[in-house]
Design a protein around this ligand. Sequence first.
Ligand SMILES: Cc1cc2nc3c(=O)[nH]c(=O)nc-3n(C[C@H](O)[C@H](O)[C@H](O)COP(=O)(O)OP(=O)(O)OC[C@H]3O[C@@H](n4cnc5c(N)ncnc54)[C@H](O)[C@@H]3O)c2cc1C
Length: 150
Amino acid sequence: MNAISFHVAVVGASSAGLACAQLLRDCGGSVSMFDPAQGATILDIWHDEGWRLASREQGTSTGRHDALVLALPAMKAVELLEPLLPMTAMRAFTMAPSRDNCLWLPAVHVGLCGDWLCSGKVRDGALSGRALAARLLHDRATLTTSSSYN
Ligand SMILES: Cc1cc2nc3c(=O)[nH]c(=O)nc-3n(C[C@H](O)[C@H](O)[C@H](O)COP(=O)(O)OP(=O)(O)OC[C@H]3O[C@@H](n4cnc5c(N)ncnc54)[C@H](O)[C@@H]3O)c2cc1C
């Protein structure tokens, strides 16, 4: 049993975000979800001793998160990342579906999932969400250490 605790913010509560959150919770993670359907349209992200978020409806969230999952359509993920992580945003923007079915950036503790990242004939958001959760869980021991940014 791994006793490392970690807190993840998942932005987007469709099939990819829900599948990612479920696997993280099943493996002992604490997950906060943000989606317009739950009154939290995320407009801004930044890092201040952990990932922090602000929504249109609720303003700045009080939570600080060890990792950030963007389970969003590609353009929305790029819009959020661009001001803070322009290199990462560019990489996401130009990214083709890969066999990984997701994008995980261990240096900054940011992950992207969504059906647009899935290879194969069926674009499966849940498959992508689970793939990202598995990558994040593999690195969970490093999640509470400091990140570096481009
Ligand atoms: C007409 C149509 C019919 C379909 N029928 C089927 C079907 O029968 N079976 C099937 O398996 N698939 C179907 N699909 C495909 C399926 O809808 C997608 O594969 C799936 O929705 C992809 O999920 P996702 O999590 O990758 O992304 P999305 O569904 O795009 O989810 C993105 C989430 O992010 C949220 N979000 C957006 N902006 C923000 C923000 N700023 N802050 C916070 N949250 C935000 C959205 O509210 C949404 O919940 C259909 C698609 C279409 C268009």
